[in-house]
Design a protein around this ligand. Structure first.
Ligand SMILES: Cc1cc2nc3c(=O)[nH]c(=O)nc-3n(C[C@H](O)[C@H](O)[C@H](O)COP(=O)(O)OP(=O)(O)OC[C@H]3O[C@@H](n4cnc5c(N)ncnc54)[C@H](O)[C@@H]3O)c2cc1C
Length: 387
């Protein structure tokens, strides 16, 4: 067993760190305050190969492993969580889905552009009435000659406004539960497809989250991913990797919060001493560091299991997401406490970190649903007991 990062891992870590410091840090507060989508930074991410990290080089990607992805995500989330959310959707939801389930035509036409960042992707599963119970969707794709006619409303779509291509899950057969769901590649330019206004969010404010409306949108049958009825399985398998991205973002935000706390606690004096001299704060910092190290190992283990196709990968991805995002929130919250009143105002980074980290306990399956997935798999008698 080897816990050392490889040379390739160290290189992507260095590149991502420099990119975050040079390109994201200077305007991050302004973007957060004014909800400005980081257009130029996303273009630079594309130049660095950060939008298709795990995609085969044959399809324009960087051909790296999932641990490389977690490392890059963490470095970027340390500085700008909203930018890391944009990156995570394109990588681990859109590109990974097409790499694994797309046919040669879809890889040539769509994946190549998405992995090079010439187009940006979004992933649309949730609907207003179906969040955790994702298969309870209403969006319907009716087969008509060589096309499907798509009607419905989706919500909570990250990159909903700024993407060019959206992976949409829709019913193709009613009344057969998740077996009636199919996945489609839908281009923003298709007639009848519109995105709504960006949601006003607590955190990750400079990433966009919107509703999507489909009014008789004609989708060519070549854009069906896999077979009719495969869609829900495709989405669930894809979310395994997505959850690694979410977990890595929470780690990055929490590490930045811990780093800020270490610095602040040595500088801030009360009772004629740096507050770092008080054991109460030392214990907080010790616990924050311990839990972050544990969470990081869990995320990298899940990434390894995903890449090696381990039969328990879904359980490990769910455990990593649940644990790292709960640790992430707790660490940020404790770091705010270390900063006292200064943690609560915008002059210090904790106010933003606490707002940004919170969503990760909800995104890509809530942490309650992660527990449902973990328990169901641990308690199952056989693989056929779980989807
Ligand atoms: C900023 C943001 C961006 C998002 N981006 C995307 C995206 O790009 N694409 C996409 O498809 N979706 C996206 N989502 C949607 C996200 O995945 C859902 O919000 C999430 O799955 C929860 O669904 P819900 O909000 O409808 O909550 P609900 O499902 O209504 O849950 C409400 C509460 O009930 C709990 N609960 C529900 N069922 C159970 C159960 N069986 N057992 C225990 N507890 C349960 C939940 O854990 C939660 O605490 C995004 C959401 C946000 C906030």
């Amino acid at each position: 067993m080897n816990f050392e990062l490889t040379q390739e891992h160290r290189l992507i870590q260095k590149t991502a760190k420099e990119f975050a410091q040079n390109e994201l840090l200077p305007e991050v507060l302004k973007r957060d305050e004014s909800k400005i989508w980081p257009k130029e930074a996303v273009a630079k991410m594309a130049d660095l190969g950060f939008l298709g990290i795990m995609v085969d080089e044959k399809y324009g990607g960087s051909g790296m492993d999932t641990i490389s992805y977690t490392i890059a995500m963490e470095e970027i989330a340390k500085v700008d969580a909203a930018a890391s959310v944009i990156m995570s959707v394109n990588n681990s939801l859109v590109c990974s889905l097409l790499s694994k389930f797309g046919d040669e035509f879809q890889k040539e036409i769509f994946l190549k552009k998405l992995s090079k960042g010439e187009k940006l992707g979004a992933f649309s599963l949730s609907e207003p009435q179906s969040g955790s119970d994702a298969s309870n969707m209403l969006t319907f794709a009716k087969k008509e000659n060589d096309s499907y006619i798509l009607n419905g409303t989706k919500n909570w779509v990250t990159n909903g406004k700024n993407s060019d291509i959206v992976i949409v899950a829709a019913l193709t057969t009613k009344d057969v539960g998740h077996k009636g769901i199919s996945c489609f590649i839908v281009e923003k330019s298709f007639d009848g497809f519109e995105s709504g206004k960006p949601e006003k969010k607590l955190g990750i404010r400079s990433s966009d989250t919107t509703e999507l409306y489909f009014d008789n949108v004609r989708v060519p049958k070549e854009n069906l991913i896999g077979e009719e009825g495969d869609g829900f399985k495709i989405c669930l398998e894809t979310l395994d990797g997505g959850r690694i991205g979410i977990a890595s973002q929470a780690l990055g935000i929490a590490q930045a919060s811990l780093d800020a706390s270490i610095k602040y606690s040595k500088e801030r004096k009360q009772f004629n001493k740096p507050i770092a001299a008080f054991q109460a704060l030392q214990f907080k910092i010790a616990d924050m560091n311990t839990e972050l190290v544990a969470a990081r190992q869990m995320v990298r283990l899940a990434a390894f299991k995903l890449d090696t196709g381990d039969s328990e990968k879904t359980t490990y991805c769910a455990m990593a997401k649940r644990y790292a995002t709960d640790v992430g929130f707790n660490v940020c919250n404790e770091a705010l406490q270390v900063h006292g009143g200064y943690g609560y105002i915008k002059e210090y980074p904790l106010e933003r970190h606490v707002r940004d980290v919170r969503v990760h306990q909800i995104l890509e399956g809530t942490n309650e649903i992660m527990r449902v997935i973990i328990a169901r798999r641990i308690l199952a008698e056989s693989a056929s007991d779980v989807l």
